[in-house]
Design a binder for this molecule. Structure first.
Ligand SMILES: [Zn+2]
Length: 103
């Protein structure tokens, strides 16, 4: 399954999956095999909403405030800080990186 971000429109997959993809047969525009969600980079732009959610549920508003947050109970830790972005980037291959539109 490929993943696509509904905000930045990048499409990616895991490195292992990439190695088993048949690239000659891959058409990202018509592929129905894409699971749409939000990438960690775009997710972090919504930190205000995450803080609100944390506050509403009685948690400290720790999300993405520092890079080595040690709140291991935090639901959002997998998408917290630069380290989360870096580990995401190092575990995936962007499939449509050539037509990226930054900003
Ligand atoms: Zn994104």
């Amino acid at each position: 399954m490929l993943c696509g971000c509904i905000e930045c429109h990048r499409i990616w997959c895991g490195i292992e999956e990439f190695n088993s993809l048949d690239l000659s047969d891959l058409n990202l525009d018509s592929s129905t095999d894409i699971s749409h969600g939000i990438c960690p980079e775009c997710f972090q732009r919504h930190k205000d909403r995450v803080h609100q959610h944390q506050k509403n549920n009685g948690y400290s508003e720790c999300y993405d405030r520092n890079d080595n947050c040690n709140n291991n109970k935090c639901l959002f830790k997998p998408a917290c800080g630069n380290s989360a972005i870096n580990s995401w980037r190092s575990s995936i291959v962007l499939l449509n990186a050539s037509n990226l539109a930054f900003d």
